[in-house]
Design a protein around this ligand. Structure first.
Ligand code: BGC
Length: 528
């Protein structure tokens, strides 16, 4: 039985941030407008067969034109914070060199509007939409891209540093390297397998350089990065399955977290340098492991791993949903299996809220110096039922999403409360993926994670049951807080948090100031 919105509201720790998350390429559309440059994803998605049903990201959710409406919906929802990404090719069309004032202006308006509505901005610098010119020069296989991200961070810091309370340098480098450079399922569509290791290192270096640039600009906001984490579960007690799960854990989890949090790559990866030209220097590792203000963790599901290539098929649902077959041609010495008797999402992902606690506990155990954590993404895609009431109004009773969110949020809070499996973790918040149904990368519009349904013809947004549920939860939380005589509303609580870090969200919006906009720093940050 999952907790009701009211029960959950009661266990949210004081000051806990509830947010929603999106990414620029998945929602904005307007790919050719107002001076935006092309991204590698524009080109990848236009190739026949790369995206389910050849869906196009050209309009996505039309957020570029509907941004004020989307902020108003967030206000209605009552969230404390919004995690969005800055489109690199919109702000700096070539990935280096001149900036696009209209691109800068879009996020300027977004940030001001968020603040005016009491919503704390969390900005991701890199959520996969690499400017095409950089991809053409080798993308993340090319070390230069890391320096370009550092430069982009300096531009963003000069433009928005006064108002962004939380910065995420990069989002899920594991997915970029695995899908984009090892298996060829995402842009730029390369399938180098182990020879893709430099793409891992260069992304992490990009994170380090971006952090260095944000620190050099003295942004008052907190800085972190986001890694996805999936606990790896051996398919049986067979030692080979155990070894396989360990390999997968190394390849998907440790490879990205160890360098950042421990300052070194896992031993097995160092052994793998035999297969590649991958040899990180200690200077690079120092940059990569600079102290973070927070660690962003995306948790969706655990992964069940068996030895050998398997029978070449993905677990039920996953292959058709993704439009590709990971287990088929990858040639890995392990394969993914379904969990027995486990409900799955439309993507075929196992629904296992108890593994949220496992993920957090493993993080706590592996990384004793772990900074405060935000769950920067969590959510589920389902084929939502769409019904119309007597007046023809659309109703989307996505009860399974409500259950998913409630159970995962509850699990995260309980695991990090005194006596919980990961009690040492200072969990600061949970961001629901996603605010609205959007372009789900290679799955196009087939997989939908939104709290808001988006009509693909009219772009009309309709709140689903999950939206109403979250709104009720937040309203109940606010009543409890004001009942506790703090008189604090969600927005104010967030403002206070930011004030502690020196940011003054709201003030810029109130004074109408757009300090920094249009005056990006031209210089690249010092490279280590
Ligand atoms: C990504 C999102 C994506 C979500 C659901 C995460 O890997 O950061 O961009 O839409 O998962 O697949």
């Amino acid at each position: 039985m999952n907790a009701s919105a009211h029960d959950l509201a009661a266990i949210l720790p004081p000051g806990f941030t509830m947010g929603v998350a999106t990414a620029a390429f998945q929602i904005e559309g307007a790919l050719d407008e107002d001076g935006r440059g092309p991204s590698g994803w524009d080109v990848f998605a236009a190739q026949p067969g790369m995206i389910v049903n050849d869906h196009s990201p050209a309009i996505a959710t039309d957020h570029y034109h509907r941004m004020p409406e989307d902020v108003a919906l967030m206000k209605e929802l009552g969230v404390d914070s919004y995690r969005f990404s800055l489109s690199w090719p919109r702000i700096q069309p070539g990935g280096s060199g001149p900036v696009n004032p209209k691109g800068l202006d879009f996020y300027d308006r977004l940030i001001d509007l968020l603040l005016a509505n009491g919503i704390t901005p969390m900005a991701t610098l890199y959520h996969w939409d690499t400017p095409l010119e950089l991809d053409e020069a080798g993308g993340w296989m090319n070390r230069d891209t890391a320096y370009r991200l550092g430069e982009f961070a300096a531009i963003a810091a000069a433009a928005y540093g006064d108002r962004v309370a939380r910065w995420v340098t990069i989002n899920e480098p594991a997915t970029v390297s695995a899908n984009g450079y090892m298996l060829g399922l995402h842009s730029p569509g390369e399938a180098h397998m182990l020879r893709a290791l430099p793409s891992v290192h260069h992304q992490l270096l990009g994170h380090g350089l971006a952090m260095q640039a944000l620190r050099a600009a003295k942004v008052p906001g907190e800085i972190g990065l986001t890694n996805v984490y999936s606990p790896m579960v051996p398919a049986s007690i067979n030692p080979l399955d155990k070894v396989s799960a360990g390999l997968m854990d190394m390849a998907q989890n440790r490879l990205y977290a160890d360098p950042v949090l421990l300052g070194k790559y896992p031993d097995a990866i160092r052994a793998a340098t035999f297969f590649s030209s991958f040899s990180p220097s200690s200077e690079d590792l120092e940059l990569i492991s600079q102290p973070l203000d927070f660690y962003g963790l995306n948790y969706y599901m655990p992964t069940r791993v068996g030895a050998g290539p398997g029978d070449g098929t993905m677990p039920e649902g996953m292959a058709e949903a993704m439009g590709n077959d990971l287990n088929g041609g990858a040639g890995t010495p392990f394969h993914i299996q379904s969990f027995p008797d486990t409900e799955i999402t439309a993507y075929g992902w196992p629904i296992k809220p108890d593994y949220m606690a496992v993920a957090l506990a493993e993080m706590a155990e592996r990384y004793p110096e772990l900074p405060p954590v935000y769950i920067t993404e969590g959510g589920a895609s389902f084929e939502d039922l769409e019904i119309h009431d007597a007046d023809g109004r659309l109703i989307v009773p996505d009860e399974r999403r409500v259950r998913y969110l409630a159970e995962h949020l509850q699990a995260a809070i309980e695991a990090t409360s005194p006596g919980g499996a990961a009690e040492s973790i200072d969990l600061r918040g949970y961001y629901v993926w996603s605010l609205l149904d959007n372009f789900e990368w290679s799955a196009g519009y087939k997989q939908q994670f939104g709290l808001l349904h988006v009509d693909r013809d009219t772009m009309v947004r309709t709140p689903k049951a999950s939206f109403h549920w979250l709104r009720e939860l937040l309203a109940a939380r606010n009543r409890t807080e004001s009942g506790a005589e703090t008189g604090t509303t969600a927005g104010v609580a967030e403002t206070e948090t930011a004030a502690e870090t020196g940011t003054t969200p709201g003030s810029a919006a109130e004074t109408g100031s757009t300090a920094g906009s249009g005056s990006p720093a031209a210089g690249a940050p010092a490279a280590g």
